[in-house]
Design a protein around this ligand. Structure first.
Ligand code: NAD
Length: 499
């Protein structure tokens, strides 16, 4: 066995040389082995990073839009030409299959491309002669130092929902990635340096709660963009806003797929399997609850089970459909939900415990699992499982299905499968969920729209990327201007009125 590699902070354009007081283990989940040791930041290190990022931002905010877009275009080219390297790092530490890892980098790349248009996105408006000889115009300015705290399941894409726009808008960034798969973001930091971004504008600090808590309270941090589980998202939102920061905190999910009786059941079965088990169900937009409107449930379940029997679970580099779960602890937690489902009376149609795999025996495996006869009060329905477990809930009408979805605590994504345009249109209007797919199971919005859920899936007012992202990473200023004219003289203590 080779020695675990050291994974350390990237601050001010260079890797941190000093040794860490605390480190965390990083696994290759397909091997079940520790392959890296990631340094954990102390409060003092966070303070140093904020000071550096703050200094760098003072200059970067004055870089012309032409200069900023030059750097962004260069970054885009490097990222595009070296995306396979990022994907390999993701597969090695997260476990998702290589094509899936590449897909996530490509989706992140789209946000970089969107941010390349920052000169257009930052344009304000101008009203000549709003009052006599007075012009009014609006501008948008950067916030300062923006913190990003990201989850394990998309180590490249989720950070890229935020940092391209933050940097393009003239901010500097400190990112605290998940300690479970920290390598991809370090390579991205190297790409920024190669693209000509000034040192200190993009910084990576690794760590855990100690680093996050310091970011939440540090007066030099202007904003927090968080993505992770709902309890932590709530904590981040409450503490970040208490300390005067702008916060967007995206949380967990339970995404429903409503299948109406007129749907094409083969397409619906394909979609349920792809969206339920892709990335081993470790996606915030995974379908985990399939709501079948009778009388189609039996036929649909049969088609899904048949497709599941062909899925290959194994090492993400070896041509499998689905990789391992991220850690042994997480695998055991997901497996305990399968136990709970059986205990609570759901019908286990396909059991993923003890799967046949193409990989090392020590890997963190769990095969695709399918439950039928799931009812709304069961824990496997109420809670986010975040693994390859699909639950079928049978209902008797569209209305019953809609009510179920709208009652759930989460409102991240949802999908309807039907051939009835009127029903689909009614659903998009009535469903209390932030992202809706119509015959599209994973409706992740493209970069120029904004990503975000409702209810317990997002705390804050602003969704990620698109124009909402530009608004989040800038603040508005309105200027009212008059150039000297002798007729402006005279005393008048009244409130200014437009004349
Ligand atoms: P997590 O909440 O455990 O961790 C997210 C981040 O918070 C990590 O950087 C972690 O180091 C940090 N963190 C963990 N515990 C903390 C604590 N007590 N105090 C301060 N910081 C803490 O989430 P995860 O397991 O890495 O990711 C999976 C979760 O993320 C799922 O719930 C999933 O639905 C959610 N997610 C949501 C979206 C979305 O867009 N809504 C996208 C991706 C993932």
């Amino acid at each position: 066995m080779t020695e675990p590699k050291r994974i350390t902070h990237f601050i001010n354009g260079a890797y941190w040389s000093q040794p860490a007081q605390r480190t965390g283990d990083v696994y290759n989940p397909a091997l079940g082995q520790v392959t890296g040791k990631v340094d954990f930041a102390t409060v003092e290190l966070v303070d140093q990073a904020v000071e550096i990022a703050s200094k760098a931002q003072q200059e970067w905010r004055n870089a012309s839009l032409a200069k900023r877009t030059q750097v962004l275009f260069a970054f885009r080219e490097i990222l595009n030409s070296r995306k396979e390297e990022i994907a390999k790092l993701i597969t090695a530490e997260h476990g998702k299959v290589l094509s899936d890892a590449l897909g996530e980098v490509t989706r992140g790349l789209e946000v970089v491309e969107f941010a390349c248009g920052i000169p257009h996105l930052l344009k304000g408006s101008y009203s000549e002669g709003a009052s006599t000889s007075i012009d009014v115009y609006s501008i948008r300015q950067p916030l300062g130092v923006c913190a990003i705290i990201s989850p394990f399941n998309f180590p490249a894409m989720v950070p890229m929902w935020f940092f391209p726009i933050a940097i393009a808008a003239g901010n500097s960034v400190i990112i605290k990635p998940s300690e479970k798969d920290p390598s991809a973001i370090n390579l991205i930091a190297e790409f920024w340096k190669a693209a000509g971004l000034p040192d200190g504008v993009f910084n990576v600090i690794h760590g855990d709660k100690v680093a996050v808590d310091r970011l939440l309270e540090h007066p030099g941090i202007s904003s927090i963009s968080f993505v992770g589980s709902t309890p932590i998202a709530k904590y981040i939102y409450e503490n970040g806003t208490k300390n005067g920061k702008r916060v967007q905190a995206l949380g967990g999910a339970k995404n429903h797929m409503l299948v109406l009786p007129d749907a094409d059941l083969d397409l619906a079965a394909d979609a349920a399997v792809n969206a339920g088990f892709g990335s081993a169900g470790e996606r915030c937009m995974a379908i985990s609850a399939l709501v079948a409107v009778e009388p189609i449930a039996d036929a649909l379940i049969e088609k899904i089970a048949q497709r599941m029997s062909g899925l290959k679970t194994g090492d993400g580099t070896a041509g499998s459909d689905m990789g391992p779960l991220v850690t042994a602890v997480h695998r055991d937690k997901v497996a305990s939900y399968v136990d709970a489902g059986v205990r609570e009376g759901a019908k286990l149609v396909v059991d993923g415990r003890n799967p046949q795999v193409n990989g090392a025996a020590e890997g963190f495996w769990l095969g695709p699992t399918l439950f039928d006869q799931v009812t709304p009060e069961m824990s496997i329905y109420q809670e986010e499982i975040f693994g390859p477990v699909l639950s079928v809930i049978r209902v008797n009408s569209y209305e019953e299905g809609l009510e179920l979805i709208n009652r759930h605590q989460y409102g991240n994504g949802t999908a309807i499968f039907t051939n009835d345009g009127g029903a689909a249109r009614k659903f998009q209007n009535e469903v209390l969920v932030g992202m809706v797919g119509i015959n599209v199971p994973i409706p992740v919005p493209t970069a120029y729209y904004s990503f975000g859920g409702w209810k317990n899936s997002l705390f804050g007012d602003t969704h990620a990327h698109g124009t909402e992202g530009v608004h989040f990473f800038t603040r508005g200023k309105v200027v009212t201007s008059r150039w000297l004219d002798p007729s402006h003289g005279g005393i008048n203590l009244g409130f200014p009125q437009n004349r």
